[in-house]
Design a protein around this ligand. Structure first.
Ligand SMILES: NC(=O)c1ccc[n+]([C@@H]2O[C@H](COP(=O)([O-])OP(=O)(O)OC[C@H]3O[C@@H](n4cnc5c(N)ncnc54)[C@H](OP(=O)(O)O)[C@@H]3O)[C@@H](O)[C@H]2O)c1
Length: 340
């Protein structure tokens, strides 16, 4: 016997990827419903070799369904996730709405799987921000061995992290550079994204940090350890899929770069590609469609007492969203619901 699964936001980037991953990982699905807004009613989406028609989230009855994977943004989540949870359908949410609620677990299965026991507080489990998810996968094994004191992270985030309109914007602006009369002014982003980089993701806070930077700081503390200090600069780059991060890590204990490489190689969810030669590292286009968080350029930072540098790349639609959500569903199935 398998599960009755609902994918909410099935016409979006993350929703479509959730359907791909449920099929790829042969998640035990007995029945599946795909939901989006009313304007997408009847739109066809693929699930393995099947084609499914989307239903309207606003009129869907969650009673009798086991798990709802939400990928619709905070506003629609606020209205509909509590309805699903109240109907005893466990919500796994990709928006930021519930991540900072102390009663709601924020889970990356390779890092803090035991937090799953908290799911029953509200029948809701939160998925972290895309840039946090891959970073904590890389940090956890280092923290377990040498206790991380501080992390300085700079991100290079792809446009798919801002939804399907942002993908169109990069595509249209790029074409517009070459075809006279087809130039496209920025709509999704505050400045041109094609052939440019933008050091601004989400809104500005009083501190001068952006909300995206704040999310990385706060979520790392909730998922790994409140004592870890993080400072972040989040940058949007003209890449379609795949987020990259430069990580500078300071630890309590000395950790040699070779030992760090060995530890990371043995850790769940990580693939180390680290040859000190041309092309001996991973770039975002190479991580698309993969499950792993790739780590390259592992080296000592000799400017501080116990420092390491590394380069971390992952498919933001997968580990940063859809894959992590499906992994949480797998964890929930294994540890709690025990049906599949
Ligand atoms: N992209 C990433 O890397 C990433 C990573 C982590 C978390 N997330 C989060 O995941 C969520 C989805 O992101 P995305 O990139 O997939 O966005 P997207 O490509 O723009 O897709 C949005 C989806 O939500 C649906 N939707 C929006 N408002 C709705 C409403 N009121 N009622 C019903 N359906 C509604 C859309 O349906 P229609 O097609 O009918 O409009 C579409 O299926 C967001 O909360 C985002 O912050 C994204």
């Amino acid at each position: 016997m398998g599960y009755k699964i609902v994918v909410v936001g099935a016409t979006g980037n993350v929703g479509r990827e959730m359907l791909n991953i449920l099929a790829e990982r042969q998640f035990p699905v007995d029945e599946i419903a795909v939901l989006a807004s009313r304007k997408s009613l009847g739109t066809e989406v693929s699930f393995g070799d099947k084609t499914l028609k989307t239903q309207d989230l606003a009129t869907f009855d969650f009673a009798g369904w086991d798990i709802a994977l939400f990928a619709v943004g905070s506003e629609a989540t606020k209205e509909f996730a509590p309805k699903a949870a109240a109907a005893n359908c466990v919500v796994i949410d990709n928006s930021s709405l519930y991540r900072y609620d102390p009663e709601i677990p924020l889970i990356v299965p390779e890092v803090n799987p035991d937090a799953i026991t908290m799911y029953s507080n509200k029948n809701i489990i939160a998925n972290p921000n895309c840039s946090t998810a891959q970073m904590v996968v890389a940090l956890k094994p280092i923290h377990d061995r040498a206790k991380i004191k501080r992390v300085v992270v700079s991100t290079y985030q792809s446009v798919s992290g801002s939804g399907k309109d942002a993908i169109d914007e990069l595509w249209d602006q790029t074409k517009g550079m070459y075809v006279p009369g087809q130039e496209k002014a920025p709509r999704v982003y505050p400045k041109q994204i094609a052939f440019n980089v933008i050091p601004h993701i989400d809104v500005f806070l009083d501190s001068g940090d952006t909300k995206e930077e704040w999310k990385m700081i706060v979520e790392t503390k909730k998922i790994i350890d409140p004592s870890i200090k993080v400072t972040a600069t989040c940058v949007r780059v003209p890449v379609f899929v795949g987020h990259s991060e430069s990580l500078n890590i300071e630890t309590e204990e000395f950790l040699d770069e070779d030992e760090a490489r060995d530890i990371l190689r043995e850790s769940p969810g990580i693939l180390v590609v680290d040859k000190r030669e041309d092309g001996g590292y991973v770039t975002p286009v190479e991580c698309v469609g993969d499950f792993a968080t790739f780590i390259s350029r592992i080296r000592q930072d000799v400017t501080v007492e116990n420092g390491l540098n590394m380069w971390c790349v992952s498919d933001n639609l997968r580990k940063g969203a859809a894959l992590n959500a499906v992994q949480i569903a797998e964890l929930l199935g294994r540890r709690v619901l025990k049906k599949g």
